[in-house]
Write a protein that binds this ligand. Sequence first.
Ligand SMILES: [Zn+2]
Ligand SMILES: [Zn+2]
Length: 253
Amino acid sequence: MRIEVLGSYGGESLECRLTCLVINGSIALDAGSLTQALPIERQVGVHSIVLSHSHMDHTSALPFFIENVYGHSSNAIDIYASSATIYAIRKYLFNNATWPDFTRLPNHLLPAVRFHEFQTEVPVEIDGVRFTPIEVNHLVPTHGFLIEADGASVLWSSDTGPTRRLWEIANRTRSLQAICIDTSFDNALQEIADVSLHLTPRTLESELQKLERSVPVLVHHLKPPCVERIREEVEELGNPDIGFLEQGKVYEF
Ligand SMILES: [Zn+2]
Ligand SMILES: [Zn+2]
């Protein structure tokens, strides 16, 4: 499985792009920077989008992506998300006020976008890649995913505070090759991290107590003003399993 990291941050700046991965060239996982880091010829190859939750840093490229690829295929773009995320996107994004309702354009028989509701821990298979949504702990209903293809698996979660189920799944998945997890704020902003349900290097360390095995842990979703401090504080943890999910990098699992 080939995972391209288009954006690996929880905010936007000159150097930092919003959360978005492309898997095997055709599936986007979150859509924070889908239009900013991929040429249009390659955007056209993305047919499915899996969303973790409704927050803007994970959905903001959707309107422009659909405009870019619209008309290139007779098929709709398939968006896989929880009922809460679908509700929020319909109500606040494709609502004919902020942006046109592409589930009814050009018409309801041939829409540009089709929503597919997933259920917690019920796997969805897209182009040979299996996504199992796992509930995590954030301000709105949010899922991480166990992503499995070709005998390899990666556990990816973005925004979450301290959580449990994700680690249980990590402990029981034999083929696991990496865990990607939120570390949004540095330790000085612990209170903000706690109320917004994100992790800091300190809470990352306590979360990792729940992991009963050695597997690479790639942190991401750093907030741009916190990047340097987070990198220092993660380094200070002295855990050789912890690294960073690097923007612009292609991972093969
Ligand atoms: Zn986020
Ligand atoms: Zn969020």
